[in-house]
Design a protein around this ligand. Structure first.
Ligand SMILES: [Zn+2]
Length: 123
């Protein structure tokens, strides 16, 4: 039996450095200024990417059809960060996660903000 939990929290993207190919970064940043997530859809297979790459990683064709996806999503994977980059214990563990936004097929990484690890576990 699968258990589903809902965690309401902000999602901090700025703690990560994204390596996004040219136009994909611009598309994503322009959308974020308006509070939206934008990516591209592959015209061949329909796969939706956020952030947008130059080509479909499944079909190897150039893609450029912009799409808007939801600002909610499903946590596909997560890990709890207990120490900083130097190995020092953190005051409060952080939850780093991979999210599949509604209407999107790729995953994007972020850090769960406003809900500590312990609170998220108890939720
Ligand atoms: Zn494709």
């Amino acid at each position: 039996m699968e258990e589903t939990r809902t965690v309401s929290a902000q999602w901090e993207l700025s703690t990560y450095k994204f390596r996004i190919e040219g136009g994909g970064l611009q598309l994503m940043l322009e959308g974020m200024k308006e509070g939206k997530f934008r990516g591209v859809r592959c015209h061949k297979c329909g796969f939706v990417y956020v952030p947008a790459p130059f080509y479909c990683r499944k079909c190897y064709v150039k893609i450029h059809e912009p799409v808007e996806v939801g600002d909610h999503g499903t946590i596909m994977s997560y890990t709890v960060v207990m120490s900083d980059i130097r190995g020092n214990p953190m005051e409060e563990p952080q939850v780093s996660l991979m999210v599949k936004l509604d209407g999107c097929d790729s995953w994007i990484m972020g850090t769960l903000m406003g809900v500590g690890y312990r609170a998220a576990r108890e939720n």
